[in-house]
Design a protein around this ligand. Sequence first.
Ligand code: HOZ
Length: 430
Amino acid sequence: MKKTNAELFARAQRVIPGGVNSPVRAFRAVGGTPRFIERAQGAYLWDAEGKRYIDYIGSWGPMILGHGHPAVLEAVQKAAVDGFSFGAPTEREVELAEAIIAQVPGVEQVRLVSSGTEAGMSALRLARGATGRVKIVKFEGCYHGHADALLVKAGSGLATFGHPTSAGVPEDVVKHTLVLEYNNVEQIEQVFATQGDEIACVMIEPIAGNMNFVRASVPFMKRLRELCTQHGTLLVFDEVMTGFRVALGGAQSLYAQRIPGFRPDLSVFGKVIGGGMPLAAFGGSRAVMSLLAPLGPVYQAGTLSGNPVATACGLATLREIARPGFFEALAARTRALVDGLTAAARAAGVPLVGDCEGGMFGFFFADALPQNYGAVLATDKDRFNRYFHAMLERGIYLAPALYEAGFVSAAHSAADIEATVAASAQALRA
Ligand code: HOZ
């Protein structure tokens, strides 16, 4: 007999804190019962009750090809037969490193790890090791995983639960973390004027996907780059969400089109490069990456790093998305979704604004696109929560919090987008 989502959630809560293994899954922001997913195919998910949803979470970003892509499935099956984990080097991890480097100018070497948190934490340690400095800058509403030093005024799940700085993080650990307003040129200039030579790195989500979808403006990014260069501070791009998702070369390739010679010093990747398996990476110039053990004094390690099944999954995914025309088609579909959602809202007289890049999008119940975390907090949260449930009822699976970006995959058809827009028109009136 089929179990209900509610039954499974009750059972889960007895043995797992909050019934989930990552807080944003818990529906706390929007209320109600999380859907327990039984299977997925293409653009669709099916829950334990057999209900089908069009999936705009895509496992929070990795599933850029949709679920169960045949080439990826075949690569994973083959790799699994050959062995799950060796704890020794493999040719495939070299191939994946080469595939990442081929698309991202400025990244000459990468180290593979297992999660975005691990990649961000390691990049931070490397930046401190490389500069011999302790202070770091991050921005309000940016989430770089749950390493202690970065868990200050973060977005995503922390924003949802109203405590953007986690308990259990010692004051001593975060006293070196300077938190500034996103897109605020004046603030960053002030901080560099007084402490620039003490700052190891500035870490930023170039398109913030953990406070919904907020772009760093080109003038802001240009100034950030100038100040970092001037003061010997490393600019670290957290492209866990945007890497291989907003464009093949990530968000940095988009800024490079607008700012001559632009590139970050270190880049952090995750999600798409693992194709749905636990895999992430950080990379930069050979000179900086050579400071990592075993070559240099900055220690970093992992039993499952470069796992053979995960690398097979990531490599097969990267091969598919590097095909000519892939990103143009994905971007057009995502744009059609955002245009459709905003047009439906206009017709219903509801203030809704949206933005997208490649296969990543966001929307707000507001009159104008927010430029920073404070402005995101000022958007209409109650309306979002009502809308979320009205969409879920209609078989549209959006992220269960307004602080999250959405993701379109290559498996989403024009008909899926049309069905979503039609559901939205109804949901806005519900
Ligand atoms: N950064 C993702 C959500 N914004 C990860 C999902 C999670 O935290 O579970």
